[in-house]
Write a protein that binds this ligand. Structure first.
Ligand SMILES: [Mn+2]
Length: 454
């Protein structure tokens, strides 16, 4: 990390002649920047929801793992801040002043710090570049933010007096997470008329716009590619961590900058542990392996699960149980359309399982082995924000993921797809990953034939 002085001198010289741009939001990232018009539309929608009042948001706190070696890639922007500004900017504030549904915006960014930038690279400072990337014309230095907001809240004609102040109830101003309560850190403490901004942002984020869908489709495409690669490679004797490495290699080389969540590769007994992510076991012939993975691309995460037989062929019992899970999933997917709720989809999947268990699970239905929820929203968070009771509407994206887990038999089966609600019904965004037992076996057999293995 330290042997780069020469490179830095070159960089600084180039910078001097305009050859190196300061950090530009996501403009250098594989996903590219969020278009300014989209950002403006999201801020306008938030102002309209609030009506009258003042909303204040902060960027994420830089992560500090056991000490003081900050690395640029440690920083992941706060989802809501990114959603509204498209920026990655530690120490920033966004102030939205809404009057009768129309908003004015002020962005506060810390002054640039050349000494810190030697370690973690150029940062965006207050200036025209930030304005151009975010579409927010009024960009100021962050050291003014506290006094500006205090003045804004106390002035006689402030919309805060009429409509209140909206902040995220789980967040504090930048640098205030050590419990400080004076100055900027105490700005909102005990302030009357403060309400939580999160439900408003969640309602907006529930319906994806065109740029969000572009990112999600790409994240999901990368993830289904990784599922195919993993299916092709899996076999007896392979360690779970080898399969995990192969999956994340595909993510990274296709431009995913992170995993949306720790990869779950659970074989044999581990297939029945819902969020097993240690990947420490060696896979054996006869095992099923549950592979629940999601690439994060441009701040949006996929979440796709496939279950495959390590030896390349399901046993008759594994196949019968798999068909039951698949049937439940298909019944739920067929029912997706505007107006339906996740609760109703869950009832449909569970009813299918009850009615089609036969004697697979002894005298009772296999439903008792379906021990988790059917669906969650998908987006910037893998379990994305939004009221789970909201009726489906076009542009919403949810997972559909029934499962059966029988620890006594070391059989765990989960099948998970990512579904976009359309005007007419549903589009399965993760359809490129083999899903029926025959498709899975064919994909594994083709790979084995090509490699001369298994
Ligand atoms: Mn999921």
């Amino acid at each position: 990390m330290n042997g780069t002085r020469g490179a830095w001198l070159v960089a600084l010289l180039l910078w001097g002649v305009g050859g190196v741009e300061p950090v530009a939001a996501q403009s250098g990232s594989p996903a590219g920047p969020v278009p300014r018009e989209r950002l403006a539309a999201r801020r306008a929608a938030l102002a309209e929801r609030i009506g009258t009042g003042v909303a204040v948001l902060w960027s994420a706190e830089p992560r500090d793992i056991e000490g003081d070696y900050p690395q640029d890639s440690d920083y992941r922007e706060d989802n809501d801040f990114f959603y509204l500004t498209g920026l990655e900017a530690p120490g920033a504030w966004l102030v939205l002043v809404a009057r009768d549904g129309r908003g004015e915006e002020i962005l506060y960014l810390p002054a640039r710090n050349p000494a810190a930038e030697r370690w973690t690279g150029p940062q965006l400072g207050p200036g025209p570049e930030a304005a151009s990337l975010s579409g927010i014309r009024d960009v100021r230095a962050a050291d003014r933010a506290g006094s500006d907001v205090a003045a804004l809240l106390s002035s006689g004609d402030s919309p805060a007096r009429r409509g209140g102040v909206f902040i995220k109830a789980n967040r504090r101003p930048p640098g205030c997470n050590g419990g400080e309560s004076d100055g900027v850190c105490g700005l909102f403490a005990g302030l009357a008329g403060t309400s939580d901004l999160r439900p408003h942002l969640a309602a907006l984020r529930l319906v994806k716009d065109e740029d969000e869908l572009r990112r999600l489709r790409r994240a999901i495409g990368i993830t289904t590619e990784a599922q195919r690669a993993a299916m092709a490679a899996a076999g007896p004797g392979m360690w779970e961590y080898e399969l995990e490495a192969l999956i994340e290699y595909t993510f990274r080389r296709r431009g995913a900058e992170r995993v949306g969540f720790p990869s779950i590769v659970g074989s044999g007994p581990n297939s029945t542990v819902l969020h097993y992510d240690k990947s420490r076991r060696r896979m054996e012939a006869g095992d099923l392996v549950v592979v629940d993975i999601g690439a994060e691309y441009g701040y949006y995460s996929a979440d796709v699960t496939r279950t495959y037989p390590v030896s390349g062929r399901f046993t008759p019992r594994q196949r019968a149980l798999y068909e039951l899970v698949l049937g439940a999933q298909e019944a739920a997917i067929r029912a997706v359309r505007p107006g339906v709720t996740i609760r109703e989809l869950t009832q449909i999947a569970r009813a299918y399982m009850r009615e089609n268990s036969g004697d697979l699970c002894g005298g009772a239905s296999c439903e008792r082995y379906f021990v988790h929820g059917l669906s969650h929203w998908l987006g910037m968070d893998v379990h994305d924000v939004g009221d789970i009771g909201t009726p489906l509407a076009p542009g919403m994206v949810l997972t559909i993921e029934p499962g059966i887990y029988i620890p006594e038999e070391s059989i765990g089966i989960r099948i998970e797809d990512d579904v976009l609600v359309t005007a007419e019904g549903a589009e399965v965004l993760s359809a490129d990953a083999p899903r029926t037992p025959d498709e899975v076996e064919r994909a594994m057999a083709a790979a084995a034939a090509a490699a001369g293995t298994r």
